[in-house]
Ligand binder design. Sequence first.
Ligand code: WT7
Length: 650
Amino acid sequence: MSDAHGDTIDALGHEDRRFPPPADFVAGAAVTDAAMRAEALADSEAFWARQASELLTWQEPWSRVLDWQVPNARWFDGGRLNVAENCLDRHVAAGNGSRVAIHWEGEPGDTRTITYADLLAEVERFSNVLRSLGVAKGDRVNIYLPMIPEAAVAMLSCARIGAVHSVVFGGFSSQSLADRINDAEAKVLITADGGYRRGEVFALKPAADEALATTPSIEHVVVVRRGGNEVTMQPGRDHWYHELMEEASPSCPAEGMDAEDLLFLLYTSGTTGKPKGIMHTTGGYLTHVTYTHRYVFDLRPDDVYWCTADVGWITGHSYIVYGPLANGATQVMYEGVPNHPGNDRFWDIVERYGVTIFYTAPTAIRTFMKWGAEEPAAHDLSSLRLLGTVGEPINPEAWMWYHTHIGQGRCPIVDTWWQTETGGIMISPLPGETTTKPGSATFALPGVSAEVLDDAGQVVTHGGGYLALTEPWPGMLRGIWGDPQRFVDTYWSRFEGRYFAGDGARLDDDGYLWLLGRVDDVMNVSGHRISTTEVESALVSHPAVAEAAVVGATDDTTGQAIVAYVSLRGGADVDVTTLRNHVATEIGAIAKPKAIFFTPDLPKTRSGKIMRRLLRDVAEGRDLGDTTTLADASVVSELQQRAAQAPAED
Ligand code: WT7
C-alpha cells in the first residue's frame, strides 16, 4: 500500500458503530439470514444457475453453466434469450403492461409517465427504425444523449435486434466521442439537439457534428428533439427521431441471442491515456444485474426506486436500465442537477413520487452535507426505506449524515462496491441480513469471492492489501474491445488466476471489508474514474505545454481532485483558465484540473520517473518524506512554495 493511505487505514480502524438491520425492515425482507450465502458457498455454479432460471426468461436453456479458461469465461453457454424481451415483453405478457416503468422528470419540471406497455411499444418502433437504417446484429451503435427516456429506448432497441450499444456520457467532449466511435467503428449515432442542465440548454448535436467530421464509420445520425436549440441537419445522414418513429412499423419481434453475444461496450479510463472498451455480454450480465438489483435493494412490488446516476456510466446501464427493468420495477429518472431550481430538488422528487429506495454517490452526499440538513428536513421523506451508495469509498461522517438526515435513522444503507468491469455489484451488505458499519462495504455478495492479497499474492486475513476477485462471476467483463492483450495485462497478470481490481482494501477484526481507493494511476473524481495519463496527454497537446504531471489529491467533496503540474515550452505563455478549458475540450468538463501549478521542472528520480507520491504530498500539503532519490531536490521546495501561495481554481 502506498503511504498516502496510512491515515485512512487508521481512521477507519477506529470505527466501532454497528447498525443491525431494523426489525421492521427484516420483517418484509427477501434475505434475512445466511442461508443464501451458505447455498452459494456450497456450489456457486448451481447458485448462479438458480438465479438465471428464476429471474430470467430463456428462449432456450443453456447446456453448460460455466466454461472457465483463465481469463476467459463463458456463462450459460448454449442458452438463448433476449435482454429487451426480459425487460419489457414478459412483464406486459404477465399482465403488468399498465405498471409504471419510468416516472421521468425533466429539469425544467416537465414530466412523462411511461408504463411497461408504453416502453415496449416505443422500443419496438425504434428497433424497426434502427433496422431501416441498416443496423444488423453485431453492429455497433453509439448513443450520446441527455438523461431522457429515449436513452433507455435506444439501449433496449439495440438489445432487441442484437446490435451492440456504446453509450458515451453527454458531458464528454466531441473529441472523446469521436475516439469512442472510431474505436468501436459504430455505424449509427443517436444523439439529441440538447438537454437541460442547471437551467440552461446544453448543446449536444453541435458537439456531435464536430466529432462526425472525423468518424467515417457513421452512416446515419438520429436526433431526438429535447433542447429546442437550433441544429444543422445533414440531408441523407441526419434524421429526426420523431419523424422516423412516425413512419416506423409498430411491431418488431425480439432477436434470439446467444448468452455470450455482445450486449454493449462501455469505455472507461485505465492507467494509460487510451480508454478501454469494456465488453459485456448477454445472459451472464443480465443474470448478475437482475439478481443484485433484486436482493441488494430488497426490491418489493410496491417500491419506487431511484438511482441518480447518468445512463452514460455503468451504474446507469446496470441499475437504471437493465437490472430494474428486468425486475419489472417502477423507477424515477431525472434529467438534471440536484440544485435546480433549489438545493432541495432531490428531496422534492423523493417526496412527490414517494421514492422508497434511493441510490446515489458519496460525492453527492458530501455536497448535500454542505448545503445543510434543513434542505431534506423541509420535505416528507417518510417513504424512504432503503439507501444505497456507489462510486467511491464513503467516509463514516458522510455515512452517518446520510443515515440521520436522509434515512432518518430508519433506513439501512447498502454501500455497494463494484466497477465498470464487474458489470454489477460485488461487495455490499444485504440489507435484511447484514449488520453494517459506517464506511465498510461489508462482505462479498453470495456467489462472489473476494480476497485481500499482499504484494506477493498471499492471502491477507487481517489488515490491508490489494482487492482481488478469486472466482469468475456472470457479469464479468469478457474483454477489452480490440485489445485482448491489454485485458490480460491489466486484470490478470498482477495475481495469477485472479482478477486484480486496482483497489486497496482492508479486512478488520470481524472480517469486514473496507475499500481504500485506487492503488494505480487512476483518480476517482466524484465517483468517476479518470486516468492521470489521459489528463496529462490532454495538457501536453496544448502547444504551450512541454510536460505535465497529474495527481489526484484528497478533496472533501469530490473524493479526489485533479491537480496538475505543468512546465511550459521555452518562450511560451498560457494561463490556467485556458489550460483548464483545453482539457475540457479534449476530454470533458469532468476532467478539468481543479488546480494547475506552473513549474520550470517536474520532480524526477535519477532515472527520469516523475515522483507522483511527492506531487500528491505537495498537493495535499503534507510534509515530504524521503526525497533522497530526487535528481534535483530544489524543484520540490519551489513547488511547495507555489502550492502554498496559489489559490485552487473552482
Ligand atoms: C471504481 C470503479 C461501479 C459504478 C461506479 C464506478 C470505486 C466504486 C465503491 C465503493 C469504494 C468504490 C473503486 C472502483 N468504487 N464503488 N462502494 N466503495 N470504492 O465505476 O468508474 O468503473 O469505477 O470506483 O475504486 O475500482 P467505475
